[in-house]
Structures are given as C-alpha cells and as structure tokens.
Design a protein around this ligand. Structure first.
Ligand code: MN
Length: 718
C-alpha cells in the first residue's frame, strides 16, 4: 500500500513550496471517516483514496486535486458532509469533491452507452473544472487496477463503461499512458480469451523485439554521434488493445501487424529534430509518402512530432518519430494531445478547436504553477452545445441557449405545438428558461394549448421557429375563416335571409363566382381579412330597394367582437343559464376567489366584472346578474403584475425564478430601466386564483432589491 509520505514526496518534487500539511490533514480525516470500511479485496478502504491521490500526484496536479483524491469518496460513502469538508479544507476542495460525487451519480444506462461520444462531452460540460474529470479518471484507474475482486457481471459493466467513456476521455486529455492502461485493463475483463491470446503472442515475441530494438538503437546512436547530436532513443511496443484493434479493423493475423514497434527519438531542441531526421534519412531510404512534418504543420489538436518510415538495417519497414522533450511531455501528460492520432470521427473537429486553444495556453504560459494553468484552462472545455435528458434518459444535443419550447419541438411538432408547462429537474420553469447541460426536461402538453407568437421572442432553434410560424399562419387563416362565416350568418339574418339554407341550395354559387370565389372558404377568408364585404354578396341577392343604407364594409370592431364571443367553457356559472356566452371584462380581469357580477350585454352574452368595477357604476341595475366561479374549472386565468426593483444584473431572473417556483407560467415579461437606476418589470402570468396571485406577489416582495409589487388591472390591448 502506498504510504502518505510517498504522496508528500511526489508533490514536493514538483511543488517544492507547497504546504503539504493539508495533505496530512486530509489523510487523517479520510482515515477517520472511512474507518472500518473495507474494499472488495479485503484491504482497508483507505488504500483506495491514497492510491488515487498518488495517481494525481503522478499527473503533477495541484494541491487541491491531490487533497480531493484523498477525500473523493467521503461524501458519497461515509457520514461526511460537504459543509464539513468546506469548513476543514476550504471551498475549492469542497467544490471538487462535490463535482466528483455528482459525476458518480450520472446515469450510465445502456442507452447512454450507445451515445458515448455525446456523453463524454456531457461529462466535460458537467465537470466545469477539469480537475474534477482528472480526479474521476484517477479514481477509475485505481478501480480498474483492482477490478479482479468484483463479481464478473460488475467487472464487465465497469469495463465497458471504462472503454466507452473513461479511456477516450484520457485520450482526449492527452494522457497517453492512462489511456493505454485503461484500455488494456478493460479489454482484459471484457474479452479475457483474446487478451490472453494476444498477450501470450506478445510475450513470445518480446525477446525477439527487444533484441531488435537494442540493435537498432545501437546503430542509431552511432549515426547520431556522427552528426554530433545527443538524443534519447526508445523503442515502444503497441499495447494489447491497440494490436487487437488493428487485427480486427484490418483483418490481420498477429504476425501481419507490422507497426508494433516504433522508435522514438527525443531531442533537446527543435533544430535537432530536423538534424536527426537528416541523419536517419541519410542512413536508410525513406519510404515515399510516409514522411509527415507535424512540427511545421501541427495536427489540429496540437500534436507535434516528425514521422517517417524507412527501410531499416534488416530490410524491414521501420517507423521513427522525432520530437523535443517538451513536445513529448505534452503528448504523454499534457492536455494537448495525441488523441486524433488513430481516431477520425467528425465529433473530433469541435474538440480540436477546444484543444488547440488549450495547446496555445500550454505554449504561451509558463506552467510552473499548476493552479494558474488550471485556472486558465477553466471554461475551455465547455462546449457550445448543451446536453439534456428526456425523462426516459434519452440524450438530446441542442445549441447553447435553448429553451423548453425548443426542446419540445425537437421531440415532436405536436409536443411543441401543445406544450404548456416545463419542468427541469423536477422544478417548474418558465417556458423561456435557458436549459443547461445535465438538465432533465419534462414537457407537459394540453390538447387545447396552442403556440404563442411570444415564443418567437425566445426560441433559438430554426426548427421551433419554422414550426411556430407555420402554425400561426394556419391558425390566423382558420380564425379569419370563422370570423368571415359568422359575419355572413349575422348579416343575412339581419335581412331576413336564411344563410345556411341558401348556401346548401347552391343559390349563392353564381354570385360568389361572379365575385371571383370558387369556394365558400375563400370568401370567408377574404371577408375575415377585410378584403371584401358581405354587402358585395348581398347586392347580388337582394332587390335594389332593400340595399339602401347598407354599409360598405364591416367595421374592424365588428370583426373583433366576432372573434371574442366565440368563447366556450369559461369557468363561470350563470344562475339559471346552462350554456350562455360569457366573456371577461378587460377593465378589471377578475380572478377566481374575487367577487364577481355579470352584465347582460345587448346580443353579446354576459360580461364578467369584479363586483366593484367602475365600469358597472352607471349601468342599468336590471342588466346585472348573479354569477359564480365554477369550482371544478382549473384553467388558469391571466393576471398582470408590475414589479419595481433596483436595476441590477440577475434581478429579472430571480423574479422569474420566484414566479416559476410557485408553479405559475409566465406568458409575457417586459422590463425597462428608469433614469434613477430602477427597473420596472411587467409580467403577464397565468394563475389559478386570487390566492395564488397574492402568494406569488408576496414571495416576489421578499426578494432582495425588489421595491414594490402591484397588480395591474385590465388586459393587454387586443
Ligand atoms: Mn473512489
């Protein structure tokens, strides 16, 4: 078992001035909370955090990362709490431990495994601090090293996960040695026969290979001395899993895999790389088309090395890679990477950009201080996509800034068109909420719910925009048709004509076609849009003397009234009437829970007002009628509130959060600043009753920076 002192020594070797006391304290704390716990191997649990911390020190990470390694399992597996960790080791360590604990809880279902590539990105996005990923990798590495003590089914599951998520991650982070070790360990448990098989073949060849490497090294060294260059030469063998992969993808036998050995020459300066190349090429003939200058033209991910293949001293093909010590460190340990070397997926392109910028950081900054470096790379790993889950655990990749409405349309047009509420991680949010990676999004739909023009203000995917616009266009046409039809019916009636009967008998066909309409729907539409008037039609039906006094066109008001009175179930019961047309007064917008009264209009049904609405003061009392709220009716009613608050960043979002957390939808929000550094926000919300409205107003009032909250009576302009 690794000892505490080994870790302290390792850290001291690269951070000579670090205060290693904190490592000792973390060790004591970890020993205390894990005491009595055992690993599946039977050893005491403490060995695991120690090994993890040791791996992190091998990676030359900062003090907080090493401390996190010692503490990484405490919150999940013991009685330790994050608060306690923060009190003892500070906020930074607490955040790291929290991040590692969160990653452990990510749902690795079989479905997700199919989407491993996306998941790796989600992983990176969830762990906004790259150290969290590195601690998790170290944790996984040690768990893989001790996997033999677990039952077979768990061995297989964990190995699969490692191969799909963790080893590519190590690869992406450019930690070559960790990637190969994770791959071979996983392969060993997933396919023990093949692993055994190839390992045996390698073992058989090993002596031969080593002899070959030694003799080539000797020749190379001599050659370099002649050129006056000192360089380090190593021969490296492909790892088991890489050989297996090559055999599989190129359908080769073990003996047919030729590039098992590669020579690597590490120089102390860039100039020497080219000198070494000259020396190699002057000794052996290069194979045409195999020379690659990745130093002058680095790979997209920052990988730099000269590659060449020559016909070697024994007539064999021999691969030689030449790089400086610095390039070597970056490729082996650094975040800049080797990773695209044998991978060519499209997904890689975006990451290339990310890692190219990381590489720049590596080149431009002197990274003596790991803390400064990590600080600098923070944020570089966050991709410009968000990864969210459906309630069933399916992963959706959407552009940054998407809202639940975009999400709904990404599932299905119908889900988008009828979406009414959204829950994110179980909490109700406004429809214009900005989704974040890792969110689980649940959309509630109602068959009657329709898209709103407002949505166009906040949706960002073109799919959602197109679908909403197309729905609005169709809806507008339908509305206009209905308005046109009811105008026809009413006007004909005024002239003592039975419109429906005339329509059915075909009596209207000729006059309509004279007006240029083939279908009655076309006429309704034109009528609804105000492009034609019923008078035009009536002129062709009625005798001349009855035409006098007919207006040329219906007024706009008439059409508006027609639209409004097509109300169905309204939530109000009218004494003595079952099915009466009612509408709400725009003057006072009453809510369930408020005393209301009905006003019988001429020919437009009953208007509902608050009992003390000023509009009712001078009306004929005989036209007032008793009405009551229908308790079984649950459809929310609109209400408007005005919030005056200090004009400062984040206040709007805390107000909307407060509204959303009361289970209330916001259908419209506007905010503007005043000259005296205040802001006035107007929110149109949908509430079930007065109680709910008062409740939410109270909770907004309690927010820091809020000066006043008032309800505004009256509806928006129609
Ligand atoms: Mn662990």
């Amino acid at each position: 078992m690794l000892r505490l002192n080994d870790i302290v020594e390792r850290v001291n070797s690269y951070l000579p001035e670090a205060d290693v006391e904190v490592i000792k304290r973390a060790y004591v704390y970890s020993a205390k909370v894990h005491s009595g716990q055992k690993r599946s191997s039977g050893e005491s649990y403490l060995g695991h955090p120690l090994e993890v911390a040791g791996i992190l020190a091998d990676l030359r990470l900062d003090l907080s990362s090493v401390v996190t390694g010692l503490l990484h399992d405490t919150v999940e597996d013991t009685l330790a709490t994050l608060d306690e960790i923060e009190a003892l080791f500070g906020k930074e360590v607490a955040l790291l431990v929290d991040g590692v604990t969160k990653i452990s809880k990510l749902p690795f279902t079989s479905k997700i495994e199919e989407q491993a590539e996306s998941f790796r990105k989600l992983f990176l996005a969830t762990a906004k601090d790259i150290r969290v990923v590195l601690v998790k990798l170290a944790d996984r590495l040690h768990n893989m090293r001790t996997l033999e003590y677990l039952p077979e089914d768990r061995q297989k599951r964990i190995s699969k996960e490692t191969l799909e998520i963790y080893s590519p991650l190590a690869h992406r982070l450019g930690i070559y040695w960790m990637r190969t070790e994770l791959e071979d360990l996983s392969f060993r448990f997933l396919n023990p026969e093949e692993y055994e098989n190839i390992s045996k073949l390698i073992a058989k060849k090993k002596k031969e290979w080593e002899k070959y490497v030694e003799s080539v090294k000797g020749i190379l060294e001599k050659q370099l001395i002649e050129f006056g260059i000192k360089a380090e030469i190593t021969g490296r063998f492909k790892h088991v899993y890489a050989i297996y992969n090559k055999m599989q993808t190129q359908n080769l036998e073990f003996d047919q895999v030729h590039d098992v050995i590669a020579f690597r020459i590490i120089t102390s300066s860039l100039r020497e790389c080219y000198e070494v190349l000259g020396a190699v090429h002057s000794a052996w003939k290069p194979v045409p088309g195999r020379f690659k200058d990745y130093i002058a033209l680095p790979k997209g991910n920052g990988y730099q090395t000269l590659h060449t293949t020559v016909i070697g001293p024994f007539g064999e093909r021999m691969e030689v890679q030449i790089r400086t010590q610095r390039m070597h460190e970056i490729a082996e340990y650094g975040i800049a990477a080797h990773w695209k070397y044998k991978e060519g997926s499209i997904e890689a392109v975006e990451s290339d950009k990310i890692y190219a910028s990381l590489r720049q950081l590596l080149e431009w900054r002197d990274i003596k201080d790991p803390t400064e470096f990590l600080e600098a790379v923070k944020g570089e790993l966050i991709p410009n996509m968000v990864y969210v889950f459906t309630p069933k655990g399916d992963l959706k990749e959407l552009p940054n800034g998407v809202t639940p409405v975009d999400f709904a349309y990404s599932i299905h047009t119908e889900v988008g068109n009828h979406c009414t509420r959204a829950r994110v991680n179980g909490k109700l949010v406004p429809l214009d909420y900005k989704l974040r990676s890792g969110d689980t999004v649940e959309i509630a739909t109602l068959p009657d719910k329709k898209p709103s023009r407002d949505w166009l203000r906040f949706v960002i995917t073109s799919r959602a925009k197109t679908k909403i616009r197309s729905w609005l266009r169709t809806e507008e046409r339908e509305q206009s048709k209905l308005v046109g039809k009811s105008i026809c019916e009413r006007k004909f009636k005024q002239h003592g004509l039975d419109y429906q009967k005339m329509l059915k008998s075909g009596e209207l066909n000729t006059p309509l076609s004279e007006l240029g309409f083939k279908e009655i729907d076309e006429f309704y539409l034109a009528l609804g849009y105000g492009k034609v008037s019923v008078t035009e039609l009536l002129k062709r039906i009625l005798p001349k003397e009855r035409l006098e006094g007919l207006p040329e066109k219906e007024s706009m008001l008439e059409r508006i009234i027609q639209t409004l009175t097509r109300s169905t179930n309204s939530g109000v019961l009218v004494k003595g009437f079952d099915d009466v047309m009612i509408r709400f007064g725009n003057c006072c917008t009453p809510l369930p829970g408020e005393n209301i009264v009905g006003y019988i209009t001429r020919g437009r049904g009953i208007t509902i007002h608050k009992h003390n609405c000023s509009q009712l003061l001078d009306v004929d009392p005989a036209r007032k009628i008793d009405v009551a709220w229908d308790r079984g009716f649950k459809e929310p009613r609109p209400a408007r509130i005005e919030v005056i608050c200090a004009d400062r960043p984040g206040i709007l979002s805390s107000i909307t959060r407060s509204i959303a957390s009361s289970d209330i939808n916001i259908s419209k929000a506007e905010i503007h600043s005043t000259d005296d550094e205040r802001a006035i926000g107007t929110f149109e919300i949908a509430v079930s009753d007065l109680n709910q409205l008062e409740g939410v107003m109270k909770s907004i009032k309690r927010l820091k920076g809020v000066i006043s909250v008032e309800r505004i009576l009256g509806a928006e302009e129609i």
